[in-house]
Design a binder for this molecule. Structure first.
Ligand SMILES: [Zn+2]
Length: 430
């Protein structure tokens, strides 16, 4: 009866007091067992799908987003990471990369593929989509040797060329096997998000027609690297006749296929294509992004729908570098930060028909990028190594994959070494 005023003693019976004590015990037990594994505290959340562009706390439990709210009590979380001053976004989705080291036949000396985890997390990327490195004949090998071993979520556009990319068969119409491509895509729905046509130099439209046919049979989009154009195989016919709404034109600022007219203005076919809901994707790559194309496009109000790297060994140390650098380039062109984040998360997730990705829905896998926007004098290079001066740069501070820290540049989630228990080991968990 301690602490209860004398006049109230008459009101509460012993049985009431027992109930109160029981409730207090339950409440303290609940407090002793936090509901969340991790709380990201005080970051600026940009989540295009949920129309959030504000300071929010993000709680994670069981590898999934548990709550996004203005204030979440830190006592509810096992671990709290202060991310004030940083941007918290869905894990970035890069829909154009090359990841496949074919084993049969072994990779040629010209193989350009990279290891997914070596490039993804340090750039905030949690989903990579291989853009047609494998065809239907070698998809199983790609799955066994790349997809299964990666911690990064790896998806793929299946090359319409049965033998895949850089096998010397990319101009062979007998390789454009829509039936088998569609069949393999249906059998591998967890992996395949569409079909790719790339590097085609003729004859006719076999590669595009084959990819679209496979797309029609599966309800999946096609991504096109338009290869070499001719008078007959031109961008007008591609964008206004051949491709379907939702199909993706990658390398949109390459200038190699008359995206820009000879007088330096944007080809009206690009604008007309967009009206038909053709998607325009960056695909920076080794030779597919030039300021002299991108700037007139921006001056005409033509912005990309999605940002992708076309990561491979010949692009990674050139103007492209990584996803954050390509995002910074698009920021320098004049897109706002929320637009750049949308183009790198929710927009590509929708393009590949994976609406469970690229957002921070409660219940979604907790794939998260924590980004810093740096101010200063920066230079961004295009594929010709021409420089564009910018004042903002996006840098990845931390990346979470399924709620676990996959990359942590400054140890935001780490303990100070003086308090760290070195005996508990292992020191590094993959
Ligand atoms: Zn590519």
């Amino acid at each position: 009866m301690l602490g209860i005023p004398r006049d109230l003693r008459r009101v509460y019976t012993d049985r009431d007091m027992y109930r109160v004590a029981k409730l207090l015990l339950l409440a303290s037990a609940a407090m002793a067992q936090p509901s969340y594994d991790l709380l990201l505290k005080g970051g600026h959340v940009i989540d295009a799908k949920n129309r959030i562009d504000a300071v929010r706390d993000v709680a994670i439990a069981g590898g999934r987003i548990a709550l996004v709210a203005e204030k979440i009590d830190p006592v509810q979380a096992r671990k709290v990471v202060n991310v004030a001053g940083l941007y918290v976004t869905p894990g970035l989705v890069d829909i154009h990369v090359h990841l496949y080291h074919r084993t049969n036949p072994p990779p040629a000396a010209t193989d350009e593929s990279v290891n997914p985890d070596a490039f993804s997390f340090r750039s905030g990327v949690t989903t990579m989509v291989d853009a047609g490195s494998s065809g239907w004949k070698d998809l199983a090998d790609f799955r066994d040797h790349t997809v299964k071993n990666a911690r990064t979520r790896v998806l793929a556009f299946l090359n319409i060329v049965a033998s895949g990319m850089h096998t010397g068969r990319e101009n062979d119409p007998t390789e454009m096997d829509a039936e088998n491509a569609a069949r393999i895509a249906k059998e591998n729905q967890d992996l395949i998000v569409g079909f790719k046509s790339a590097h085609y130099a003729g004859p006719g439209w076999a590669a595009i027609d084959g990819a679209v046919k496979a797309g029609n049979e599966t309800g999946l989009p096609v991504m096109v690297d338009f290869g070499q154009i001719t008078k007959e195989r031109n961008i007008d016919t591609l964008l206004l006749d051949k491709l379907r709404p939702g199909d993706i034109y990658t390398h949109c600022f390459s200038g190699h296929r008359e995206e820009l007219l000879e007088n330096g203005t944007l080809n009206p076919a690009m604008v007309e294509g967009r009206k038909r809901r053709i998607i325009f994707d960056i695909g920076f790559g080794q030779a597919s992004f030039y300021w002299y194309v991108a700037i007139p496009a921006y001056q005409a109000g033509f912005h990309p729908d999605s940002i992708s790297t076309d990561l491979h060994t010949n692009s990674m140390n050139g103007g492209m570098k990584n996803m954050n650098n390509v995002m910074s380039a698009v920021l320098a062109l004049g897109s706002s930060l929320p637009d750049v984040i949308r183009m790198s998360t929710w927009a590509p997730a929708q393009e590949i028909k994976r609406p469970q990705l690229g957002n921070l829905d409660v219940g979604a896998e907790a794939d998260i990028a924590i980004l810093r926007l740096e101010n200063g004098n920066f230079g961004m290079l295009d594929s010709a190594q021409a420089r564009f001066g910018g004042t903002e740069r996006i840098v990845t501070e931390m990346t979470l994959r399924r709620g676990a820290v996959a990359y942590d540049l400054n140890g935001l989630a780490a303990e100070d070494w003086r308090r760290f228990n070195y005996r508990k080991g292992p020191f590094f968990k993959k």
